[in-house]
Design a protein around this ligand. Structure first.
Ligand SMILES: Nc1ncnc2c1ncn2[C@@H]1O[C@H](COP(=O)(O)OP(=O)(O)OP(=O)(O)O)[C@@H](O)[C@H]1O
Ligand SMILES: [Mg+2]
Length: 292
């Protein structure tokens, strides 16, 4: 594993739910994400495994043919002398482009004192009403393709700050996928994973019953439900993306990850397989059957 302390610290340019560090490493700028502390008193873990989920999640996006940030796992000793495994996310704005998270575009549809909610209706409206987004079809494709892979990852955190557009000279294009840190069992300890692997009912209730952070028609979306009766845009995305998913390559992505236990690998592979085989693959089969 690489040592990020050999990089040069730069003034930090990234915000987010937890503090970040910005480094120049191998002549590239990286946002360093640390294991996030856990605020829930009922969770016995002291730190999340979000750095591994970030790395594996972004790699799976790329394996599925979508553009996602490049990540590297590495060691980093902080100023207090504590050594941690962190993930370095290569800054995709270092060429002078600006990232506009979708939430920043909400001005097109809400007044200044309204908080924008994560709903499918709002995503459609933002794309429709933001004049800077010229390619409406491209932006719709971007969101729904990401939705399909998020269903595979069981990601419930793709809120409006966690995807967006890159802009250069006010020309908007889809930004690479970033922030997959809350997916892929990031809040589970190895012991919990070991127990869940022996408890089919509990395993399915956590890993099959996953929710998106979006609501549609006033109801929070369960991935397994919306894939049974997909709206048109999702229907198209399932047809585009599902045939591109090579489950063996996805498994290989997990197996080749440094720094995680065999139990975590087994758990992630089982959960990805369950969602692929019980949510994504049947949805594609149903769509192709309807087509005749
Ligand atoms: N590779 C990248 N290049 C440029 N900007 C990025 C990149 N990744 C993230 N960002 C920006 O940094 C912000 C924080 O990153 P991110 O969303 O990954 O962290 P976070 O929300 O704190 O993560 P988590 O929810 O896992 O704690 C993002 O909202 C985005 O504005
Ligand atoms: Mg985020």
């Amino acid at each position: 594993m690489i040592d990020f302390n050999s990089g040069t610290e730069l003034p930090n340019k990234f915000l987010g739910s937890e503090k970040k560090t910005t480094l120049l490493y191998n002549n590239e700028i990286y946002m360093i994400k640390f294991p996030d502390p856990i605020r829930d008193k009922n969770n016995t873990l002291s730190y999340m495994n979000n750095q591994f989920s970030e790395h594996i999640g972004c790699r799976i996006f790329r394996v599925c043919g979508l553009s996602a940030q490049e990540t590297i796992l590495g060691a980093y000793t902080d100023k207090t002398g504590r050594k941690k495994i962190v993930v370095g996310c290569k800054d995709f704005t270092q060429d002078g482009t600006t990232l506009y998270e979708c939430s920043k575009l909400a001005n097109a549809i809400v007044t200044v004192d309204e908080k924008i909610k994560a709903t499918i209706e709002n995503v459609r409206l933002i794309i429709q009403e933001t004049d800077f987004i010229k390619d409406k079809t491209g932006a719709t494709t971007q969101f729904w393709d990401m939705f399909v892979v998020d269903a595979l990852l069981g990601n419930n955190d793709r809120h409006l700050d966690n995807w967006g557009f890159l802009s250069k000279d006010n020309e908007f294009s889809p930004a690479p996928v970033y922030d997959c840190g809350s997916s892929l069992g990031a809040l589970l300890s190895d012991d919990q994973m070991r127990r869940l692997l022996d408890d089919e009912i509990e395993f399915n209730s956590i890993e099959y019953n996953t929710k998106s952070c979006y609501s549609l028609n006033g109801q929070r979306i369960f991935y397994h439900k919306i894939f049974k009766t997909p709206p048109n845009e999702l229907n198209e995305a399932i047809r585009r993306i599902t045939p591109r998913i090579d489950l063996e390559l996805v498994k290989e992505t997990v197996l080749s990850t440094e720094g995680i236990s065999d139990i975590r690998k087994e758990y992630l592979i089982k959960s990805l397989t369950v969602r692929y085989e019980r949510i994504l693959a049947p949805a594609l089969k149903q769509i192709l059957k309807r087509q005749g």
